[in-house]
Design a protein around this ligand. Structure first.
Ligand code: CO
Ligand code: CO
Ligand code: CO
Length: 355
């Protein structure tokens, strides 16, 4: 499951948003989280060795690589549960905390759930700056509050490498869970954010990113998928996931495999954050992007000159939504951020086809 075990792909994108300088958050982590990255392949092998106990209350478990787990309570009510934490990708402590919260909440929204409570997870150096810590916790707490979610507590340990995030619990109607497995032939594919946070982080690290471009990336990462989720629930959505560490193609691949369909994506329709295409052309390619491409490119038919960007690992990315054509057209008018990127067909040669 992507949520409970999501340290793997997510880590790839926690490249450092600002060059490390003494006393900055990112200078206190080894290789900005990339060092701790577990590859999806290794994770699959390890998970295969964990025994499985069937339980009829488990509506979505860890064997389907979905965004969050879902546990049935009553005919009207199920729990959605997820956890996400990582090393700093920005140097501003408050912003780091807020992005960590937005990112953790996103997996609940991707299932169509409503976050209700959160627990923080913190690893912090014994001699760390306590003002900085307070800012991280404050940034996180305010973002959790913005989501209408309650912070119940948390757990902290001493660790030379700082890490922060949340376990989030949400509620959902058991019949309205939006999984990776629901996409159907004939559905349209919508996406709701711009791509490029990984490339822009890398460009900044190399000192070639414009400040306005960095700010646009940070704003995008800070934006909750809450409204997107609430609006989408008014439509006949068949399948949904959030695009995070595996990049657009990596997460589209999971939807295609779980739904046993092919996703046809028109790359020319994809919107990128300002500067992303330019920085990619200048070679600002994050390590996680390379790993994503190695892992998923064999599942892709067709090519595109800027294809590399479709593997860019996203932090707190948008929702990829599969729904009938008529609903898609209407949803696009209700959600200004949503735009059409392709459609779902019967399974073809490969799970993904670039048009
Ligand atoms: Co996640
Ligand atoms: Co997810
Ligand atoms: Co989902």
């Amino acid at each position: 499951m992507h949520s409970s075990y999501s340290l793997s792909p997510s880590y790839s994108l926690y490249s450092i948003l600002v060059p490390p300088t003494k006393g900055h958050l990112t200078s206190q982590t080894s290789a900005g989280g990339c060092a701790s990255k577990l590859s999806p392949k290794i994770l699959d092998q390890v998970l295969a060795r964990i025994p499985r106990w069937a339980n009829e209350n488990v509506l979505v478990g860890y064997d389907t690589a979905d965004d969050a787990g879902v546990y049935w309570l009553t005919p009207e009510l199920a729990l959605v549960q997820t956890v996400d934490f990582f090393t700093p990708m920005v140097d501003d402590a408050y912003t780091f905390g807020a992005i960590a919260a937005a990112n953790a909440l996103s997996d609940v929204y991707a299932m169509g759930g409503k976050p209700i409570s959160a627990l923080s997870i913190l690893a912090f150096p014994a001699k760390g700056d306590l003002d900085e810590l307070a800012e991280i916790l404050k940034g996180g707490a305010e973002k959790i509050h913005e989501a209408g979610c309650v912070l119940l507590g948390g757990h902290s340990v001493k660790d030379d490498e700082m890490k922060f995030g949340y376990a989030v619990t949400g509620t959902i109607h058991p019949d309205r869970v939006k999984t990776n497995a629901g996409a159907r032939p004939g559905d349209a594919l919508l996406f709701t954010k711009r791509i490029g946070t990984g490339v822009i982080s890398t460009a900044l690290k190399r000192g070639i990113a414009r400040e306005s471009d960095v700010q646009a990336a940070v704003d995008s990462m800070l934006k909750l998928n809450r409204e997107t989720c609430e609006v989408m629930l008014g439509f006949d959505v068949h399948g949904c996931t959030d695009v995070t560490g595996f990049g657009l193609i990596g997460h589209a691949r999971e939807v295609a495999l779980a739904s046993k369909v092919t996703l046809e994506i028109d790359p020319r329709k994809i919107q990128f954050l300002p500067g992303a295409v330019e920085y990619a052309e200048q070679g600002a390619i994050p390590g996680g992007l390379i790993n994503n491409r190695e892992f998923a490119s064999s599942c892709v038919e067709g090519s595109w000159e800027l294809e590399v960007l479709l593997y860019d690992p996203q932090t707190s990315g948008g929702l990829l939504i599969a729904l009938p054509e008529r609903d898609a057209a209407l949803l696009e008018t209700k959600l200004p951020d949503a735009y059409r990127i392709g459609q779902v067909t019967e399974r073809q040669n490969k799970p993904i086809r670039l048009l």
